[in-house]
Design a protein around this ligand. Structure first.
Ligand code: NI
Length: 391
C-alpha cells in the first residue's frame, strides 16, 4: 500500500482535525466527566456514518468499521483533561477555570477521529475498532474499557496508542520494545502522634520529627536496596502538618508516588514502604497508616514484534532518521491495561517546536502542541490499521 497517499489524505483533512482539537481544548473535562467531549465524538462519528457503542466505561465511546470477518485491530485515544489552570500562549485557551488539556488528550481524540474519517472511506479487510476512552489521568479508564469488553467481539489482535510528545521535534516519533512506561502507585502516609505545647515536647509524641525520619528512611529503598541497574522511584511530594509556631500537631499527612518498570518491582516498593513506615513510626512512638489510594497502573509493555512492525510502517512514511528508539519513561499510562490483554504498542509523536514556543512538558500550565504534527498522528493510526489487516 502506498503510505504516501495516506499521508496526503491526512494533510488534506488537517483543518478538520485541528478544528476538533481546538474545540476540545477550549472545553476540557476531567475524568469520567467527558460528556461534552463524547458528544462531539459521537456527532462526528454520526456524520461519518460510523456505528458505535455508547456509553462504555461510563463516558467512553467504542466505534467500529469493517466487515466483521478477518482480523481485528484497535486504535485508542484518551479524552480527559487535567486540573490545571491554563497559562499557554494560544488563542483557543481553556474556557473552563482550573481545567486544561495539558497532556494533549484533545489531540489524541482529534487524530483518532481523523483516522476514522479516512478509514470510513476505505474497503476494510477485517475490523478496526476505535477506542475513545475516558479517565486516563488516574481513573484507569483503560482498565474499565477492557473490563467492559472493548477488546472482545471480535477479539482485538493488535492495539495501537499514540501520545503527543514535546521532548522530540515535530515530524519524528519514538518508542521501544518491552516496558516503555512505568508501573505507578500513589501513596498517602498518615503519621499520628500526640499533640501539645511545643515548650513541653516530653509530654507529646512529635509526628513532625517522626515524619522527617520516615521520609529520610524511605529514600534508602532506591539508593541502598534496589539493584542499580533496575529502575525505581520513591518521591515524597507533599508534607502537611501543624499550623502554629508553638504547637506540636497531632498528626502529619505525607503524599508521594512509587514507580518501577515491573509489577514485582512496584509491589516490592510498597512492601518496603509499609515496613519502614511501621517500624520507624513505632521507634518514634507514632502510629503510621499507609494507604495506596487505588488505581495503581501496571507497566506499559510494548510487544517487541508489534513495535518492529510500527517502526517499519513509520520508517517508510517519514524515514528511519525520524524514528527513535527511546529509553523507558517513569511516567505511567493506562494503555498498560490493553497491553496486558493483547499485543500492543504505544508510540509517542513529536510536537516539540521551539520556534512556536512548543517547549513545555506535558502537565505544564504552558504546555503547547505544534499542530503541524497532528496529520502525522492520523496517518500513523490509519497505516498501522491498514497494514495490520494485510498481515
Ligand atoms: Ni497523557
Amino acid at each position: 500500500m502506498d503510505l504516501d497517499i495516506v499521508m496526503k489524505e491526512s494533510e488534506n483533512i488537517k483543518d478538520w482535525i485541528v478544528d476538533i482539537r481546538r474545540e476540545l481544548h477550549r472545553f476540557p473535562e476531567l475524568m469520567y466527566e467527558e460528556h461534552r467531549t463524547n458528544a462531539l465524538v459521537r456527532e462526528k462519528l454520526d456524520e461519518l456514518g460510523i456505528e458505535y457503542e455508547f456509553p462504555i466505561a461510563e463516558t467512553g465511546v467504542l466505534a467500529k468499521i469493517g466487515d466483521g470477518d478477518g482480523p481485528c485491530v484497535a486504535l485508542r485515544a484518551d479524552m480527559d483533561a487535567l486540573p490545571i489552570q491554563e497559562m499557554a500562549d494560544v488563542d483557543f485557551k481553556s474556557e473552563v477555570d482550573g481545567k486544561m488539556h495539558a497532556c494533549g488528550h484533545d489531540c489524541h481524540t482529534a487524530m483518532l477521529l481523523g483516522a476514522a474519517k479516512i478509514l470510513s472511506q476505505r474497503e476494510i479487510n477485517g475490523t478496526v475498532k476505535f477506542l475513545f476512552q475516558p479517565a486516563e489521568e488516574g481513573g484507569a479508564g483503560g482498565e474499565k474499557m477492557t473490563q467492559e469488553g472493548a477488546l472482545e467481539n471480535p477479539a482485538v489482535e493488535r492495539i495501537f496508542g499514540l501520545h503527543v510528545w514535546p521532548f522530540i521535534p515535530t515530524g519524528q516519533i519514538g518508542s521501544r520494545a518491552g516496558a516503555f512506561l512505568a508501573a505507578t502507585s500513589f501513596m498517602d502516609i498518615e503519621v499520628v502522634g500526640t499533640g501539645g505545647h511545643a515548650a513541653a515536647p516530653h509530654t507529646c509524641v512529635d509526628p513532625v520529627l517522626a515524619s522527617s525520619r520516615i521520609i529520610d528512611s524511605l529514600q534508602s529503598i532506591v539508593s541502598r536496596e534496589t539493584d542499580p541497574l533496575e529502575s525505581a522511584v520513591v518521591s515524597i511530594t507533599a508534607v502537611n502538618g501543624g499550623s502554629a509556631h508553638n504547637v506540636i500537631p497531632e498528626s502529619v499527612a505525607i503524599k508521594g508516588t512509587l514507580r518501577s518498570l515491573t509489577m514485582d518491582g512496584l509491589t516490592n516498593l510498597q512492601k518496603r514502604v509499609d515496613e519502614i513506615c511501621g517500624l520507624v513510626g513505632r521507634a518514634n512512638g507514632c502510629e503510621v497508616n499507609v494507604v495506596y489510594p487505588g488505581n495503581d497502573y501496571p507497566p506499559t509493555f510494548n510487544d517487541p514484534e508489534t513495535w518492529e512492525f510500527a517502526k517499519g510502517v513509520a520508517e517508510s512514511m517519514i524515514g528511519a532518521e525520524n524514528v527513535n528508539e527511546l529509553p523507558p519513561v517513569m511516567g505511567g499510562e493506562d494503555f498498560a491495561y490493553y497491553t496486558q490483554k493483547t499485543k500492543g504498542c504505544f508510540v509517542v509523536i513529536g510536537v516539540g517546536n521551539p520556534n512556536k514556543g512548543c517547549i513545555y512538558s506535558v502537565h505544564h500550565p504552558q504546555f503547547k502542541v505544534d499542530e503541524d504534527a497532528l496529520p502525522l498522528g492520523t496517518a500513523l493510526h490509519v497505516s498501522f490499521a491498514l497494514e495490520s489487516l494485510l498481515k
